[in-house]
Design a protein around this ligand. Structure first.
Ligand SMILES: Cc1cc2nc3c(=O)[nH]c(=O)nc-3n(C[C@H](O)[C@H](O)[C@H](O)COP(=O)(O)OP(=O)(O)OC[C@H]3O[C@@H](n4cnc5c(N)ncnc54)[C@H](O)[C@@H]3O)c2cc1C
Ligand code: FES
Length: 261
């Protein structure tokens, strides 16, 4: 596959959708080939911040050549804070689409769980829009009542919500919502914090369910060259010849049984 090149994307619109959470649409060539579960590397215009920020693709509008990202501002002097100040017409350098994406075709004819937790919620939206399956059960976990993207999920499947403070849906985490609603699945797709993915992997293993998880790790190059983002795998990697997989290139989506988390 041709090496991905950096391009100047253009901000189409930006809005704040919850505390510290922003939704941005950009016009980018990456929209032509992007699939759910892939990400883009977004560069800041601040010379002191050289490394790009990997952000998942939340929605794809192929017709208009645009992508939506939904991201959390992690602190006052961060790259994500700089993104949040951008306005329509601003230029944002990006590389993408990167990574492999969710193998959503495997869900056809099956009962699926589409699980997102915290800032792992956004990529589940495009997955929900594109997936065709017998039963689409979207389980999303938030900290509190700021349940961003909820209406959009409701337009695309059966939605179950968990909140840490119990203000909406099940009190607890996404697995508590699965148990409280006695949900069942033949296949699972999930993105979120590592402890959540670990619990989902264990549940899938115990119940013999095929399970795909999207891992998050600090990245540097974002294109498979520097090994900053490796995780431990069961198989030996072709590139590094050790039990490693590069999350940016071999992932971020993996069959849960193939990786140690
Ligand atoms: C595949 C993938 C998809 C992601 N999708 C989203 C998303 O859709 N929405 C969202 O809000 N966040 C997402 N993240 C996390 C996001 O990349 C970090 O929150 C972000 O890079 C932090 O940058 P900053 O400018 O706020 O912080 P800074 O502290 O300024 O970042 C400093 C450096 O550390 C890196 N870094 C810091 N935290 C992380 C992290 N958790 N993961 C990777 N690199 C990190 C930054 O990229 C940067 O190079 C994703 C991460 C990965 C790996
Ligand atoms: S970030 Fe460089 S190999 Fe993944």
């Amino acid at each position: 596959m041709a090496e991905k090149r950096k391009e100047n994307a253009v901000v189409i619109s930006q809005e704040k959708i919850a505390a510290d959470i922003y939704s941005m649409w950009i016009r980018t060539e990456a929209a032509a080939t992007a699939v759910p579960g892939q990400f883009i590397s977004m560069y800041t215009n601040d010379g002191s911040k050289l490394l790009p920020r990997p952000i998942s693709i939340c929605e794809i509008d192929r017709e208009n050549g645009s992508l939506r990202v939904v991201y959390r501002v992690t602190g006052p002097d961060t790259g994500t804070a700089e993104f949040s100040r951008m306005k329509a017409g601003d230029i944002i350098p990006v590389i993408g689409p990167l990574g492999n994406g969710f193998p959503y075709g495997k869900a056809e004819g099956k009962r699926a769980f589409l699980i997102g937790g915290g800032i792992g919620v956004p990529p589940i939206l495009e997955l929900a829009k594109q997936m065709k399956c017998e039963k689409k059960q979207i389980i999303v976990g938030y900290r509190n009542a700021e349940t961003f993207l909820r209406d959009e999920f409701q337009a695309n499947g059966e939605v179950y919500i968990s909140t840490e403070d119990g203000s909406v849906g099940t009190k607890g985490n996404v697995m508590d919502a699965v148990r409280e609603n006695a949900l069942e699945a033949d296949i699972i797709y999930a993105c979120g914090p590592t402890p959540m993915l670990r619990a989902i992997k264990q549940y899938a293993q115990e119940n013999g369910i095929e399970c795909y998880i999207s891992l998050e790790e600090r990245m540097a190059c974002g294109i498979g060259a520097c090994l900053a983002c490796v995780c431990q795998s069961k198989e030996i990697d072709d590139h590094s010849h050790v039990h490693n997989k590069r999350i940016c290139k071999d992932g971020p989506v993996f069959l849960a049984a193939e990786v140690e988390i």
